[in-house]
Design a protein around this ligand. Structure first.
Ligand SMILES: [Fe+2]
Length: 423
């Protein structure tokens, strides 16, 4: 399947599935062409500063109001949202073996399984991290999340993500971001799929400031792919599932809601290939904090403190002199959830596998395991390329609550801390 993309990040783009349908010079003409209806999608308050304003004008065959239908409350017992909780959170380091592949027929939405939540979904603070493992396309099921933006990071299996604003192919090593409020359907392009989903309740993702780094480096604006407008011509009945404040509702539609013929604006899904991340690091001695690997950040109300940061550990050269090169031992006031897309993470010789996860909450000591420490302390220092690795971390300012499901899961490693025995 060949899909065409535009490039950019938060800049104003225009696209049309049928040439000539995008009004010129006016957002809301009295009669858009082809009898289309004009609808604005606002993903930021009307009044936020221009550089933060996220809104798009959609020109569609049916306005969204025409899809109203009775909604039935439904249950997704494994797809959870954060709520204020006084439940104890263990200060122990936690790690999980890979999430099992699906053994029975299941599609992406039904397979979402929540590992951790943080903050409060109703206050739009914090987020959640889910894993999926599926072997079916969503077909006539369409999902619509009002609670947060969804970052989808495949670990196995390519996905075709169909949305109201266009379609994207997303493979392992890439990520897709689906803003809150955009309807989506995940179709499989391989026999099975597994991966991670980061749900961000807080401020929308933005690129980190570069400061003294200058104009270039990390994730560049031109490397983000934006889908072009797409209309689903087949009109088969479908079920729309909505998540609102952690609860799920569903309704039936007789026709596809993927009917946006043209759109323009700053609110849209996008795709990013992690291979395009321009990794920076030390070329003298010591190594910087992992914040230098930030791909995207969701700021909090406090300057310099993220609600969530997406941080990448990609293949890269290590060249520093006199320096212990793996991540250092540390205790961090921020809260770190990690996943592995492929290969091996350099701070762990074993036990952290693709499809697995680790959690080091506020000020929990962690770092290289004993074997990684011994190796990195004694090997001859010369430029070294770390190949075959792609790990990520979602670092947040709010504590991650592991769900009771993952604390009793057979994937939980009960002897994780033993990797630091022997120092
Ligand atoms: Fe860490």
């Amino acid at each position: 399947m060949h899909l065409v993309y535009q490039q950019g990040f938060r800049n104003h783009v225009s696209t049309e599935a049928i040439p000539g349908t995008l009004p010129q010079g006016q957002n809301a003409p009295q009669h858009p062409s082809l009898g289309l209806y004009t609808e604005q999608l606002s993903l930021s308050a009307f009044t936020v500063p221009r550089q933060h304003n996220l809104h798009s004008w959609l020109y569609r065959r049916q306005p969204s109001v025409s899809t109203h239908a009775p909604q039935i409350l439904c249950d997704y017992p494994y797809f959870l949202s954060a709520n204020p909780s006084s439940a104890p959170i263990s200060p122990e380091p936690l790690r999980w073996n890979p999430y099992p592949f699906a053994s029975t027929p299941i599609h992406w939405l039904n397979s979402l399984y929540t590992y951790v939540t943080a903050g409060d979904v109703s206050l739009r603070q914090g987020g959640a991290i889910h894993l999926y493992a599926c072997n079916r396309s969503m077909e006539q099921h369409i999902f619509y999340n009002t609670d947060g933006d969804l970052l989808i990071l495949p670990e196995t299996g390519a996905l075709l993500i169909e949305t109201e604003l266009g379609r994207m192919r997303v493979a392992p090593g890439e990520m897709a971001m689906i803003p809150r409020g955009i309807m989506l359907r995940v179709q499989l392009l391989d026999q099975e799929a597994r991966g991670y989903v980061v749900e961000n309740y807080g401020q929308p993702w933005q690129l980190p400031e570069l400061g003294p780094i200058g104009a270039n480096g990390l994730a560049n604006v031109r490397d983000f792919d934006i889908p072009v407008a797409w209309v689903e011509e087949a009109q088969t009945p479908c079920t729309i599932i909505t998540k609102l404040n952690g609860h799920f509702w569903q309704k039936k539609l007789e026709q596809s809601p993927f009917n946006v013929v043209a759109w323009h604006g700053t609110a849209y899904p996008y795709r990013y290939d992690f291979a395009k991340f321009n990794t920076l690091g030390s070329i003298s001695f010591d190594h910087p904090d992992p914040s230098i690997f930030t791909v995207l950040t969701s700021p909090s109300a406090h300057i310099g403190i993220a609600n969530l940061d997406l941080i990448l550990f990609p293949p890269r050269w290590l060249v520093a002199e006199h320096t212990f090169r793996p991540p250092y031992f540390h205790r961090n006031v921020m809260n770190e959830f990690m996943g592995l897309i492929c290969g091996r993470y350099e701070a762990k010789q074993e036990g952290f596998l693709p499809g697995g996860a680790s959690l080091h909450n506020r000020l929990t000591a962690h770092g290289p395991d004993i074997d990684a420490f011994k190796l990195a302390s004694t090997e001859t220092l010369k430029p070294k390329y770390i190949a075959d690795t792609l790990a990520f971390m979602v670092e947040g300012s709010l504590l991650w609550h592991p769900t009771s499901m993952v604390m009793t899961s057979p994937q939980l490693q009960t002897k994780y801390a033993a990797c630091w025995q022997g120092f």
